[in-house]
Design a protein around this ligand. Structure first.
Ligand code: GRF
Length: 203
């Protein structure tokens, strides 16, 4: 399968997926990386791995709709089977989501449906949670609301800063995101209506 990864930042999840794809029994390949920020370190990671990469700055566009239409054109040019959002810090328009329905994965650093949106680690600490985590889900028009595919939990320890907790969550991200991408490329995973389906079972 041909995979395109969308990023805005450091790209540690991108790296984990690139690394996983080098494995012989991984039937997928990252063919392009697109960032909305030209200085995203993830673009350097792509470059280092010999992967086509480019920045499309949202600042060059007057509306979200125009930006997303330009992004659709670029992505369609790569004829990919799967689009992986890995720290892509933009809300996507309904027309973008509909265009790639069932082919869009996202990772969100909380145990969805808890803590949709930003600052999830601090919010978990402030709420006094003793368990936090991360979710990989299909993207639908509802922000951080699509069907969950896989979650991993981490403990919250007393005195944790949001950085401590983020680091713990990141380790789990790097474990579960490549796994879900592998399932998709093995054609074991799809979205039907509002459900994520793995090997014929509703998750
Ligand atoms: C991750 O925490 C992910 O859950 C969130 O953005 C962050 C991206 O990190 N959506 P990285 O750029 O992959 O290191």
């Amino acid at each position: 399968s041909r995979i395109l990864v969308l990023i805005s930042g450091g790209g540690t999840n991108l790296q984990a997926i690139i690394d996983a794809c080098t494995n012989d029994n991984f039937p997928g390949e990252v063919v392009a990386v697109v960032s909305n920020k030209a200085d995203a370190y993830g673009l350097t990671r792509a470059q280092n791995a010999g992967i086509t990469n480019l920045a499309l700055s949202h600042k060059e566009f007057s509306s979200r709709e125009d930006y997303d239409q330009a992004l659709i054109k670029i992505i369609d040019g790569f004829a990919v089977d799967l689009i992986v959002l890995a720290g892509f810090m933009r809300i996507l328009t309904p027309s973008f989501v509909q265009h790639f329905q069932g082919k869009l994965l996202n990772i969100h650093p909380s145990l969805l449906p808890k803590y949709q949106g930003l600052n999830t680690h601090q919010r978990a600490i402030d709420a006094g949670d003793d368990v936090h985590g991360v979710s990989v889900h299909f993207v639908t028009e509802e922000l951080d609301g699509g069907p969950v595919i896989l979650q991993a939990k981490v403990p919250v320890f007393e005195g944790d800063s949001s950085e401590d907790l983020a680091a713990r969550v990141h380790q789990q991200e790097h474990r579960i995101y490549p796994l879900v991408v592998k399932w998709f490329t093995e054609q074991r995973l799809n979205m039907q209506g509002d459900h994520a389906i793995l090997d014929g079972n509703i998750l």
